[in-house]
Design a protein around this ligand. Structure first.
Ligand code: SAM
Ligand code: SF4
Ligand code: SF4
Length: 378
């Protein structure tokens, strides 16, 4: 047997030195980065732990019993998360997605959801508050999540075939439990449920058509995700990416004709396609073959409070240090001070990793250090 060596550098230790500007300005909800992109979307990772070991995300060889997950004291508290979220909403964020690791493993998550759902948007409306989950605990929790104020849910499911699914989650988790979670979420009013399928060539690509057939004629929206080169532990290879164009071809060849339809809003990650017979919709997330950096309005907050302005960023900005800092009078920074730091970071943002990867220019950061998906969230 040949040994597999997977290099992994712990970028979580990086400390960014954030400075509060001397002149503070009130947020007006209209930030733009160096490419003119607004800040509309905040993804919050609530845990770096997971009960699955998906081969493309948390391979067992790396995330084994000796892996050092973050200690409890490192995690942002619900109060800290809510405080940061409120600051982001004042800058124009309308949509918050909870993710992880597996977000449903975070204790009392419903309490956090209730706190976040009480934050009004800038125009006094309700936030779009969603969550991405592997579905393992969803059947049990769907109703309490809805009651707490969750708007919608996205469930990851990579195959219907038991052997293939279990090979992908690598913990022998059964398909039927995830399917029950999807139905429970729909019944609880968390629909339309989006179902995320990461397509990894040679592993689950033969499941594209069965998955399309299963979710066609249902209220759920199946989304095919191109396998991405996130992190350093999954041993990503370009030839394992199944381009979205091929997914569409396979579905059409199987007699399910589709046509492209308009996005719901600018910056939507999934391209929408509708079945010609009118019975349902699918989404294609082509992070590798058709980058969508141009409209990317997403910021990510890690479990321990680091702000990442791109999924492929090599370091985060330590907001936790800022909110936990105390001066001689034992008082911390004001919301306005933190708000100005966030504004400063967003205005300086120029990330467009996927675009550079597709252009394959000399600017393409091949040697760049990347953060793990399970740490930063999808
Ligand atoms: N544990 C939850 C779940 O699986 O839904 C939430 C966190 S997970 C990191 C978020 C999403 O990222 C999932 O839909 C997962 O399939 C996707 N993902 C993880 N690694 C990926 C990769 N290398 N390429 C594409 N998508 C990936
Ligand atoms: Fe866990 Fe989600 Fe990563 Fe799978 S994709 S290992 S379920 S965090
Ligand atoms: Fe956004 Fe970075 Fe992904 Fe581009 S590569 S779409 S900037 S997260």
């Amino acid at each position: 047997m040949t040994e597999k060596f997977i290099p992994l550098i712990d970028h979580r230790q990086y400390q960014a030195n954030l400075r509060v500007p001397t002149h503070l300005e009130e947020p007006v909800g209209k930030l733009a980065d160096t490419l003119g992109r607004p800040l509309h979307d905040l993804r919050i990772s609530v845990t770096d732990r997971c009960n699955f070991r998906c081969v493309y995300c948390m391979p067992k060889e790396v995330f084994d019993k000796d892996y050092a997950f973050l200690p409890q004291t490192s995690l942002l508290s619900f109060e800290e998360i809510t405080r940061i979220a409120r600051i982001f909403v004042q800058h124009g964020v309308r949509k918050i997605r909870l993710t992880g690791g597996e977000p449903l493993l975070r204790k009392n998550l419903e309490k956090l959801i209730a706190m976040l759902s009480a934050i009004p948007t800038l125009d006094g409306g309700k936030l779009d508050l969603t969550l991405t989950t592997n579905g393992s605990l969803l059947a049990r929790k769907a109703k309490s999540l809805k009651d707490a104020g969750l708007t919608r849910v996205t469930v990851s499911l990579d195959a219907l075939d038991e052997t293939i699914f279990q090979r992908m989650n690598d913990v022998d988790f059964p398909v039927s439990d995830v399917l029950q979670g999807i139905e429970a979420a729909y019944e609880a009013g968390l629909g339309p449920v989006k179902v995320n399928m990461v397509v990894k060539g040679g592993m689950n690509d033969q499941q594209i058509v069965p998955m399309a057939r299963y979710f066609k004629d249902t209220p759920h929206i199946l989304r095919f995700i191109e396998y991405m080169d996130v992190g350093a532990s999954n041993g990503w290879k370009l030839d394992e990416v199944v381009p979205s164009a091929e997914v569409i071809r396979k579905i059409s060849d199987a007699g399910m004709q589709v046509r492209a339809i308009d996005p719901n809003y600018t910056g939507e990650t999934a391209a929408r396609w509708r079945y010609l017979d009118g019975n349902g919709e699918i989404g294609l997330i082509s992070s590798v073959t058709q980058s969508f950096c141009q409209d990317c309005s997403r910021a990510r907050l890690s479990t321990e409070g680091k702000l990442y302005t791109c999924l492929f960023a090599s370091h985060g900005h330590d907001l936790r240090a800022l909110i936990r800092a105390q001066d001689e009078q034992n008082s911390g920074h004001s919301d306005l001070a933190i708000s100005n730091v966030v504004a400063q970071l967003w205005k300086a943002r120029g990330d467009r990793y996927s675009e550079l990867r597709s252009e394959n220019t000399s600017e393409f950061p091949v040697t760049r250090k990347k953060i793990e998906m399970s740490y930063i969230g999808g």
